[in-house]
Design a protein around this ligand. Structure first.
Ligand code: AMP
Length: 218
């Protein structure tokens, strides 16, 4: 199964991508996760990317396309993959199409996550994550049992540096301007499905499962 998850920041793509990857035994490729790892490891790429990420701007296409191309060449993605947060621009989508065509692995589906804007802001501003084991929480919807500490490893939880009100505003604007055109791009290729992502994690997973299950045997 080869799928793309498309949607504004904060719609729950990452959470669902983890579950779908586990369920169907495919790779989860998240450019946000890969970039944050590079920032943590203070690589040159990480240092460059951080400047854009903290402001809520997109990292240049060439950088993320390179990251994804490398991941798609790894054996872990041969059984299938879910792309979370990539592509985010039309040039990224075109580059992805080219890489997948070269390796004869066309996409099966692009799923668009639908959530009202006010819910997105609430989800993003309450999001917390563990800097050690990367588990994510939400102060309202999925709180840690240990309050400000991770209930898996005990580390103090942090707020992502791009989950501030200013960066959230920019990220939503960037989504409308640069990523929303991909909806039409993939609809014209007859690859697009929509999922109502405003319900509980379990309800959204069920909706996704029924969209994706037909592709699991491929
Ligand atoms: P995410 O975790 O998907 O919300 O991504 C966090 C940040 O990483 C974004 O706000 C961008 O700065 C950067 N980023 C992630 N994926 C991409 C992408 N496909 N293209 C450009 N920048 C990206």
């Amino acid at each position: 199964m080869r799928v793309v998850f498309l949607g504004a920041p904060g719609v729950g793509k990452g959470t669902q991508a983890d579950r779908i990857a586990g369920q169907f035994k495919i790779a989860k490729i998240s450019t946000g996760d890969l970039l944050r790892e590079a920032v943590r490891n203070q690589t040159e790429l990480g240092r460059e990317a951080k400047r854009y990420m903290d402001q809520g701007q997109l990292v240049p296409d060439a950088v993320v396309i390179g990251l994804v191309r490398d991941k798609l060449a790894e054996p872990g993605s041969m059984n299938g993959f879910v792309l979370d947060g990539f592509p985010r621009t039309v040039p990224q989508a075109e580059a992805l199409g080219k890489v997948l065509q070269e390796t004869q692995r066309p996409l099966h589906r692009v799923v668009k996550f639908e959530v009202p804007r006010q819910d997105v802001i609430r989800r993003l501003s309450g999001r917390r994550s563990c800097p050690k084991c990367q588990t994510t929480f939400h102060v309202e919807f999925a709180p840690s049992k240990k309050g400000d500490a991770c209930d898996r490893c005990g580390e103090t939880l942090i707020q992502r540096s791009d989950d501030t009100p200013e960066a959230i505003e920019t990220r939503l604007q960037v989504f409308e301007e640069q990523t929303a055109p991909l909806i039409r791009y993939y609809a014209s290729k007859r690859l697009l499905s929509e999922v109502n992502a405003s319900g509980s994690v379990d309800a959204v997973f069920e909706a996704l499962f029924s969209v994706l299950a037909p592709y699991s045997a491929i």
